[in-house]
Design a protein around this ligand. Structure first.
Ligand code: XIL
Length: 667
């Protein structure tokens, strides 16, 4: 594969090009529709979502003069490289005579549009004034140092300018060093020197080496690879490698671009596509447009596939201003937009590769589901639902409401960008129905969700329905001073607003009083006494103040507070009836720091009670005290591990007491 590029004298060609440009622009203005025809998600939005930048080479003339150019520049891109304004001939045309207008213009535009700037370029054989080229070795090195210190230093504290091409195009096609005036005068040392000067001038900027025809794996890119590896081994501050990517459809796409980027990334450098354009042999045909679009897709995909690839800069964006026709006779049309700022298939390709649907998205988001209401008061309700998904992203949700429990019309009462919404300003004691639907960036709407019916409370006079009784109250993680309670949630017509946690002292008798509230189905009770039993119950409460019946009772005995100890026990009444009950699980936990091989639990039976069955432990009764020793299979417990056993007891008719004062000991 050979690609010939000729750098003809730049200044002359640029002036001619600029003259032609202003003529075209003057004639074309009345014909321009100013805004791009596409309603696609902008490239910068898509790229940012992928963690990449997407940029363009910016020309100062149209950036200053043409609204259509500016509009696309700011809408579609989040990165700019100055196409010419930061080159040596632009910034220091004569010795120590710096001109900043173009460079400053680019940086100011970027700052105004939240774009990052890549400085291009400090040391290059082209577009560098004759006064530099004629210097002797010492003076040339000094001139290079001054130039880098001054240009990089000017923007070192500028937040927009984040990276520099320090040296550009130092190789020839077969992998040797280009015999430029730099190399001929200073030898290859100019490369390391330039990087060190740049690092000294801005310690934070990413410093890059940049070249063309290095996109695939070939002699030139391998020479670049070897140089970068050797420079970094010598602690020369090379942070990044730029792959210009001036491609042409007649030469084929470098199919190993991704692998090439990956081998550089493995050196620890950032990689970036710095000057992407894909020229065709003019005139355009739809077949050439299609091939070009495929190449753009391939290039974008190569960068997307490599995490170290920070982004892609297109070398311009409109064929109206492209260096290609000036440089490669009979070639052109290399960019994303035509001369009239209309997006080409190449634009569609880049947008699509970045995850967009530029040709008109018609896919609706999925239907939001599981719409539910909670926290109903006399004037408000909180809605939440399961989010929708969409190929171009869900932009938001419409919240729809209809009056009453049937009939009426659903109308929008608000929008949300999250999967929840709070609707306020409702009337007390009134029913409403809600639905939600999702909307994507292209305006497609989903089907509506399930309907949820809500009745506001009436300040005490409306809702009289109590929540269902919380069940399966259980204790776990009991220490010498705390226990964790969990239970199964209650349900309620207007929504459960919380739970009261009730506690009574000891294993029987005493009074249950509230020790706290919870809006979830768990509660941690702290501040308990060591070696002490407590009974717990919970009850649910709704927005109107209705309370449920109390849950089952769980009896907890705290551990011995570090003296003795080694194990703890909690006991739960699983079920009970007129003259008996089952305690299950009775949970034994190793609270020590080493394994135990056996345990003993003792507890007290109220008078008239008798153990009638047992499992997973061996129970012996002496008077009112029951001793439960581990079964052969569950004596061994690692630290923090638990096991359970259970038993059934009989009691006198009508007695509601249960066994208590559970204590665990290890030998
Ligand atoms: C080109 C510009 O696009 C032209 O306007 C200018 O006349 C010549 O330089 N490699 C580079 C870029 O690193 O700076 C070149 O830009 C394109 C090739």
């Amino acid at each position: 594969m050979t690609q010939h590029r000729v750098h003809v004298p730049k200044t002359r060609r640029r002036l001619a090009a600029l003259a032609a440009v202003s003529l075209v622009s003057a004639l074309a203005v009345p014909l321009l529709s100013a805004t791009p025809a596409t309603a696609a998600t902008p490239l910068r939005t898509l790229a940012a979502a992928k963690g990449k930048f997407i940029g363009f080479a910016g020309a100062t003339g149209p950036l200053a003069d043409e609204a259509a150019y500016r509009t696309i520049a700011q809408t579609e891109f989040n990165q700019i490289t100055a196409e010419n304004a930061m080159k040596w001939e632009s910034t220091e045309p004569s010795d120590n005579n710096y001109t900043w207008s173009g460079a400053d213009q680019i940086v100011a535009f970027a700052a105004a549009n939240n774009q990052q700037v890549h400085g291009h370029t400090l040391v290059w054989h082209s577009q560098t004034p004759g006064w530099v080229q004629g210097l002797g070795a010492t003076a040339m090195r000094t001139a290079m140092q001054d130039h880098i210190a001054t240009v990089v230093g000017r923007y070192a504290n500028n937040a927009s300018l984040v990276s520099w091409d320090v040296v550009n195009e130092v190789f020839d096609e077969n992998g040797g060093f280009r015999t430029s005036f730099w190399y001929n005068t200073l030898g290859q040392s100019f490369i390391a020197d330039a990087f060190r000067y740049a690092r000294a001038a801005d310690p934070n900027a990413k410093l890059c080496i940049n070249d063309y025809n290095v996109e695939g794996i070939n002699a030139k890119s391998t020479a670049m690879y070897n140089l970068v590896q050797s420079l970094r081994a010598q602690n020369v501050p090379v942070d990044c490698v730029g792959f210009q990517s001036h491609l042409a459809t007649q030469y084929g796409f470098p199919g190993d671009m991704r692998q090439n980027l990956e081998r550089f990334a493995a050196l620890g450098v950032e990689v970036r596509i710095t000057e992407l354009d894909i020229r065709i042999q003019t005139p355009r045909t739809s077949a050439k447009d299609t091939t070009q679009a495929t190449y753009y897709t391939n290039a974008v995909n190569a960068c997307l596939a490599v995490p170290a690839c920070s982004g892609i800069t297109i070398w311009g964006f409109t064929d109206k201003y492209s260096w290609v026709p000036d440089t490669f006779p009979s070639e052109g049309a290399a960019l994303l937009y035509d001369e009239n700022y209309q997006p080409k298939p190449a634009y569609t390709a880049v947008n699509t590769a970045l995850g967009g649907s530029p040709t008109g998205d018609t896919q609706a988001p999925t239907t939001p589901s599981s719409l539910a209401a909670s926290g109903v008061t006399s004037s408000s309700v909180n809605l939440s639902w399961t989010a929708s998904t969409d190929n171009v992203g869900v932009a938001g949700y419409d919240i729809l409401r209809a009056p009453g429990t049937s009939g009426g019309t659903f109308a929008s009462v608000g929008t949300s960008t999250t999967a929840s919404f709070s609707n306020t300003g409702l009337s007390a004691n009134t029913s409403y129905r809600y639905q939600v639907r999702a909307r994507d960036a292209a305006g497609n709407t989903s089907a509506v969700s399930n309907t949820v019916t809500v009745t506001t409370t009436g300040g005490g006079t409306g809702d009289t329905q109590a929540p269902s009784t919380p069940s399966s109250l259980a204790a776990a993680g009991t220490t010498s001073s705390s226990t964790n309670l969990t239970w199964t949630a209650s349900t309620d017509n207007v929504g459960v607003t919380g739970y009261d946690i009730l506690r009574a002292p000891g294993t029987s008798g005493g009074t249950f009083t509230s020790v706290g509230t919870s809006t979830t189905t768990s509660f941690s009770n702290t501040g308990l006494s060591a070696n002490t039993s407590y009974r717990y119950q919970v009850r649910a409460r709704d927005a109107a103040g209705n309370v449920s019946a109390v849950s089952n009772t769980v009896t907890v005995t705290t551990t011995g507070g570090g003296t003795g100890g080694g194990c703890s026990v909690t006991a739960t009444v699983q079920t009970q009836w007129n003259n008996g009950y089952v305690m299950q699980p009775v949970t034994v936990t190793n609270t020590g720091t080493s394994a135990i091989s056996s345990w003993t639990v003792t507890f007290t039976l109220p008078s008239g009670h008798a153990v009638t069955g047992q499992w997973n432990a061996v129970l012996t009764t002496g008077g009112q005290t029951v001793t439960a020793k581990n079964a052969p299979h569950n004596g061994a417990l690692a630290p923090s591990a638990s096991t359970t056993f259970g038993f059934q007891a009989s009691r006198p008719n009508g007695d509601t007491a249960t066994a208590g004062t559970f204590t665990c000991t290890t030998p």
